[in-house]
Each structure stands twice: as C-alpha cells, then as structure tokens.
Design a binder for this molecule. Sequence first.
Ligand code: PRP
Ligand code: URA
Length: 210
Amino acid sequence: MSTVYVFDHPLIQHKLSILRDEATGVKEFRELVSEIAMLMCYEATRDLPLEEVEIQTPVSKAVVRRIAGKKLAVVPILRAGLGMVDGMLALLPSAKVGHIGLYRDPETLEPVEYYCKMPPDISEREVIVVDPMLATGGSAAAACDFLKNKYGCRHVKLMCIIAAPEGIAAMQDAHPDVDIFVAAEDEKLNEHGYIVPGLGDAGDRIFGTK
Ligand code: PRP
Ligand code: URA
C-alpha cells in the first residue's frame, strides 16, 4: 500500500487558504500554485539518495554530500498540472518534463487522452506526476497507467495540491506502489465530481477560462 503524505507546513497551508478563496484572481492563483508546488517539491524529494564526494574549499579538502545522479522527470497532467511545473523546476532545474493531456468527460467523469509526449529516457527516470486536483482519481490513475504500461516507468510519485478521499482510495487501489503527496485531504466529492470544499476548477482558475 502506498503512503499518503499530507504537508501541514504553515507556509503551504497559508498559501492554500488564499488559493481556495473564490476572490483570488488569476494572477495570484497562478503564482500560488507555482509556490505551493515548489514547497511541496522540497518535501517530496526528501528521499533522494546522496553520495559523498571530496572537494577543495578555499580552506581545506572536505567530504560533502551531493544528490547521487538520480535522473528525474516531472510529468504534468494537462492542463492544470502545467501550473505546477515552474515551481518544480525552480528546485529541480535539470529535470526533464513529459506531458500527458487528459480531460475528464463531464458526463462520465472518465479521463480521455488527447496528448502525450515523454522524454526518450523516461523509463530510467524517477517520475513525479503533478496535478493540482485528485478528485475521482481517474486522471491520475490513467496517467500512471500510461507511464508504467506504455513507457516502462518503474518509479512514480504523485503530487497534488488538494485530494478527495475517493481519489486517494482509487489511486491506492490502482497503483499501490505510487506514493501520494498532497497539501490537503478534503472532505468529499460532490455530485459533479468536484472536491468539497476544494478550490473549484483548477484549470479554469489557472488559465482564466471561466
Ligand atoms: C481536472 C484536474 C485533474 C482532474 C481531476 O482536470 O486538473 O486532471 O480534473 O479529476 P479526476 O481525479 O476525477 O480525474 P480537467 O479534466 O478539468 O482538465 P483541465 O486541467 O484541462 O481543466
Ligand atoms: N477538477 C478540478 O479542477 N476541480 C475539482 O474539484 C475536481 C476536479
């Protein structure tokens, strides 16, 4: 069974409180999504392996620790996941970025794929899938299916800003090997598949399409 990490860091919670507010406009919403992604990335990369290397400081030789060449990829689920990419790359400047385009059919709530482009060596990379919202879990589970079954990825993590309990359960059922990182686990889904209390439609609020 995968582990669910809920980040209760005060900075993340403060920014999330502004993100949820319906009075928050597009510009601030975008900035907050990126900032929260950066703070979450800091926590979610805690387990990156380190190796010791010897360097020369201006004073003496020193054995220091560096990230042990682990290759990373960030995979946003389009559209809303795009809002998290800049924040991730601020901390992981060498990571490659793959894109998966999925939208939820408004009637069935099932994910429909419309775009997919991955770095050629994606199967060798540790992948962090990013999407602000984990609602039914259909989109995230489908993205992980693609990554594992079509691209051969073996190390996948999922990072979302807000998750519904239903989405977490669906992901854990479909992908028990994928750890999940969230800033908040909300109460439930409503009859339209929206997270309650949530923040509304993340894609529309990032791109100003409603
Ligand atoms: C939203 C969100 C997730 C998905 C979550 O995207 O960004 O991708 O819904 O719902 P699920 O867990 O029930 O699959 P949406 O389909 O609205 O597309 P968009 O990002 O283009 O707005
Ligand atoms: N997608 C969103 O953008 N918001 C929700 O609450 C659920 C799915």
